[in-house]
Design a protein around this ligand. Structure first.
Ligand code: CS2
Length: 488
């Protein structure tokens, strides 16, 4: 029996308390992947019980698999929270339908143009913004941007879809919608605004000016650990719930959403369902990107090549935990400027506990993906701040060196790594030209300006720290290097 409108009543799980027939679309969400379904869609599921005008319509910009699976289930899916005291299941009903942009682009654009849509939110991952990670500028050579500027009414990039929909609304005399980025980008609202305005400016200066004057782009901090769903998870959910679900999401109990209160076309009463509405998201976002995501990337690049398959496996190693603890304490926390009352040591300890959750099979390989897009905001921004203030950078530099070794394509046992990154080929070429000579490889990687801001890359303190770390990793291997750095 497959999950859907008719069978949801038989599921052994909490299911929507509101009448889904009465729900109308208020938000279009681009990127209906597992993270969105474990995060924003859950907050909205809670909200729909009090206000039925904020249903979600999803869009898959890349693969149509999720769209097909969710539509076959009338948008319903299971959320499984794996906590220390067992698993909890809940059926989420906030997604009304999902368009696959490749075949349903016109329907998607029509939906985005409807006056009832007041927010368009996004989780398209870092690379979906088609920008240069180091500078934050739109990449005008990106194949999707080139294609969209040639053919702007049939866009395939996220900026292209947003601008086309906003242009149609402007033409129809409808007001704007709020663009709400929910990706782990630095200042994600301002960054998205900059990219969208830049794309719009290359297309139509009047439209760009209209967007600039009318559309708001609030920043957000989003947090929930959501490993990719496996076939074992699918079988486990079916056994627990009693109905088959092709696309359940597996997550942890923790969930946080901090949102800048700047919505140009109205918003749901987010604060009633646990969302923190604030005037300035920046401190929260820096704390999360640098502490959680920075640690995640460090442990993926150090852990995966050393044979740790999951975050829980890696954080079962006391050496890795000490390294993360010291990195956060000595090299990340000092540069954070938090609102009064924020308890950073407690945040750090809670993160380490979340990483240790043995019920989450969060692969280091999954986190290692797209490092070229992630490094600047997760590690490099902290390093730049620390160099300015005189704080230490050794552990962060080790993580950067570990990334260079990772993208070189081999683990410590000499087995090949399947490196997934939009810049994988270029990075591999740099590695191949400098194989076996870690100091030369480091210099070559550092000159890659799309990742490393030249001001940082040419700072001799940074260069020598990464170089030394790269040589140690090459000569001694991860665990020995961690033992020495932990003894410092
Ligand atoms: C992870 C994030 O895959 C990754 O790069 O660091 O997806 C992380 O799990 C989330 O940001 C947690 O909120």
């Amino acid at each position: 029996m497959r999950l859907g409108r008719k069978t949801v009543g038989s599921a052994r799980a909490r299911s929507p308390k509101y009448d889904r027939h009465g729900v109308t679309p208020g938000i279009v969400h681009l990127g209906t992947g597992a993270f969105h379904r474990a995060h924003q869609a859950v907050y909205l599921d809670e909200l729909l019980a009090q206000d039925s005008s904020w249903g979600l319509v999803g869009a898959s910009l890349r693969s149509r698999k999720i769209a097909d699976e969710l539509n076959q289930q009338d948008g319903l899916y299971t959320l499984r929270e794996n906590g220390p005291d067992g698993a909890r299941h809940r059926i989420i009903g906030s997604i009304l339908r999902v368009f696959a942009a490749d075949s349903d682009l016109e329907s998607l654009l029509r939906q985005m143009t409807a006056p009832s849509i007041r927010i368009v939110s996004l989780t398209v991952t870092e690379k979906g913004y088609c920008h240069d990670p180091a500078s934050g500028e739109l990449d005008l050579t990106h194949p999707d941007i080139v294609a969209d500027l040639e053919n702007p009414t049939s866009p395939r990039s996220a900026p292209g879809v947003l601008v086309e929909a906003l242009g149609r609304r402007r033409q129809a005399g409808f007001g704007p919608f709020t663009v709400l980025s929910c990706d782990n980008l630095p200042e994600n609202g301002a960054t998205t605004r900059h990219i969208v305005l830049s794309y719009a400016g290359h297309r139509d200066a009047d439209l760009a000016a209209w967007i600039e004057q009318n559309v708001t782009f609030p920043s957000t901090m989003v947090d929930r650990i959501v490993p990719a769903t496996t076939s074992d998870d699918i079988a486990g959910v079916a056994a627990a719930v009693g109905v088959e679900d092709a696309c359940p999401v597996i997550t942890e109990p923790f969930c946080q959403w901090v949102v800048e209160d700047a919505f140009c076309a109205g918003r749901p009463a987010f604060e009633t369902v646990g969302v923190q509405m604030v005037a300035d998201v920046r401190p929260y976002e820096e704390m999360k990107l640098r502490m959680l995501n920075g640690s995640h990337s460090a442990l993926a690049y150090l852990g995966h090549p050393a044979g740790f398959e999951t975050v829980a496996d890696a954080t079962a190693s006391p050496a890795i935990v000490q390294y993360l603890h010291d990195m956060m304490t000595n090299e990340v926390m000092p540069a954070l400027q938090m609102p009064q009352g924020t308890d950073l040591p407690a945040y750090r300890d809670a993160l380490i506990d979340r990483f240790k959750n043995p019920a989450l099979h969060h692969r280091t390989w999954q986190i290692a993906m797209d490092g070229s897009q992630k490094l600047p905001q997760r590690l490099l921004a902290t390093i730049a701040d620390n160099l300015e203030s005189g704080f230490p950078i050794g552990r962060l530099a080790l993580a950067v060196a570990a990334w260079m070794r990772y993208v070189s394509g081999f683990d410590e046992a000499g087995a090949p790594i399947d490196v997934r990154d939009p810049m994988a080929e270029k990075l591999r070429a740099i590695a191949d030209q400098n194989r076996g000579v870690p100091a030369a490889a480091t210099k070559a990687f550092l000159s890659f300006e799309r990742i490393f801001d030249p001001a940082l890359a040419t700072d001799p303190r940074f260069e020598s720290s990464v170089c030394n770390a790269a040589v140690s990793l090459h000569d001694q291997g991860t665990l020995d290097v961690l033992a020495s750095i932990n003894a410092d």
